[in-house]
Write a protein that binds this ligand. Structure first.
Ligand code: T4K
Length: 384
């Protein structure tokens, strides 16, 4: 059983430490630290293989990756892009920071993903794109969103921060829309400390992305226009490769933990474990439960506090959601033209619990006992 200090959502998966050290030694021997070094190129090649795409371009993080992906697709300041509110705020902030206006859509509570019908209702004269999110690694309604984007001439991007290694209709996430963006932040199941990767099948687009990432310098070494500095460095790539080497072990542990959570929380009133898309490959990196207060007799906040008493560090992914925080909350006319009741309801119920290779089935059983006890205490209070 793991020590309680490891029962924390977002514990990084380092992989085999000796491999990491060997890679870091190589970086120091070569004295090639950044600017498209050999480890970054290797990382890009390997991510392109996982995603099944022709190109993968590594960035310093996914947030900057989203910005570059949007700019390379021709989305300009003042343009509107439809984004689900139920996501990490980085999805929206990435756009807002460069003057693109996120307009929030509601989600399907079952999938936690953008509801295409709601997206369709939001398309207006200033809409230039859709940035959908594969929330918790569960692929969103790719076909319907693609159809909508084609019909209205919109750019379609996917924030795939959670979805490395997942599939939609048997095809790896990565090859949909104009581009998809993965995150390799320390808290992701495969991590490069900080990092992102933009994947695409479009050669010309990939060349633009590469230039924008590196001060606008094109593959021929000419300055083709303005760009930013969003390169991944060799130290981050060393971690990314080492963590990626362990991907199968990590996913196996995540899948096992998911099954153990389901087994131990079965029958707890008002508590459900969110599932993945049947028949598709999933990475199970987020273990998310929903606490329905009316049936459980306690709120999600009480469960969170009870877990913390036992040093179990759960997280409210995602709550508050984008349109409930600034600057969006104070400008509903700009960002929230329609009510988002389903995203709000979902946000009030979700709680992410610890998983990953450092979390053993015994730990999961212990965490579930705490939840079960919280709910049954609430039940006894109701009866008394
Ligand atoms: N799109 C989506 C859908 C995303 O979820 C994210 C990021 C992005 C875009 C943007 O990707 P990046 O630009 O970051 O590549 C965390 C992550 O910081 C954030 O990257 C992630 N989503 C989000 C869902 O979770 P916080 O504020 O909860 O992070 P923090 O630092 O409080 O840590 C979370 C947990 O992880 C804690 O329990 C402590 C643990 N932890 C964290 C770090 C950094 C560790 O044990 N070790 C560590 O080194 O946002």
């Amino acid at each position: 059983m793991a020590s309680w200090e490891t029962l924390v959502v977002g514990r990084p998966n380092v992989g085999e430490r000796e491999r990491l050290m060997r890679r870091l030694d190589g970086v120091l021997d070569r004295l090639w630290l950044t600017n498209n070094g050999p480890l970054v190129r290797e990382f890009e090649e390997r991510i392109a293989r996982v995603a099944g795409t022709r190109h993968a371009v590594a960035t310093c993080n996914a947030t900057t990756g989203i910005q570059i992906a949007a700019r390379a697709a021709g989305i300009r300041p003042g343009d509107e892009v439809i984004v689900p509110s139920f996501t990490w705020v980085a999805t929206a902030h990435a756009l807002e920071w460069i003057g693109i206006v996120p307009v929030f859509c509601d989600v399907d509570e079952a999938t936690a993903n953008a509801d295409p019908e709601h997206v369709a209702r939001l398309i207006g004269p200033r809409t230039r794109g859709i940035l959908a999110v594969h929330v918790f690694g569960r692929p969103c309604e790719v076909d319907e969103l693609t159809r909508l984007a084609d019909e209205h001439g919109l750019v379609l991007l996917f924030d795939a921060a959670h979805a490395l290694g997942c599939t939609y209709r048997g095809k790896p996430v990565g090859g949909f829309g104009t581009a998809e963006i993965f995150s390799f932040h320390a808290t992701k199941f495969v991590n490069s400390v900080e990092g992102g990767v933009i994947v695409t099948d479009d050669d010309a687009y990939a060349a633009r992305v590469r230039a924008l990432r590196n001060q606008g310098i094109d593959p021929a070494g000419r300055i083709a226009g303005p760009g930013t500095v969003a390169r991944m460095n060799e130290f981050c790539a060393a971690m990314g490769l080492t963590s990626l080497d362990a991907i199968d072990t990590i996913v196996t542990a995540n899948r096992r933990n998911h099954a153990v959570y389901e087994e131990h929380l079965a029958g707890v009133p008002g508590v459900t474990v969110r599932g993945q898309l049947p028949g598709e490959r999933a990475n199970h990196q987020y273990l998310v439960i929903e606490v329905e207060q009316a049936r459980a007799g306690i709120s999600r906040e009480t469960v969170l506090e009870d877990l913390l008493r036992y040093d179990v560090h759960a997280r409210r992914y995602f709550s508050p959601i984008c349109h409930q925080v600034e600057p969006y909350r104070s400008a509903p006319e700009r960002h929230v033209p329609l009510p988002l009741p389903r995203a709000e309801a979902l946000a009030s119920r979700v709680l992410s619990l610890p998983t990953g290779p450092t979390v053993e089935p015994d730990d999961v059983a212990a965490i579930c006992r705490v939840i079960r006890d919280s709910v049954s205490r609430a039940g006894r209070r109701l009866v008394a």
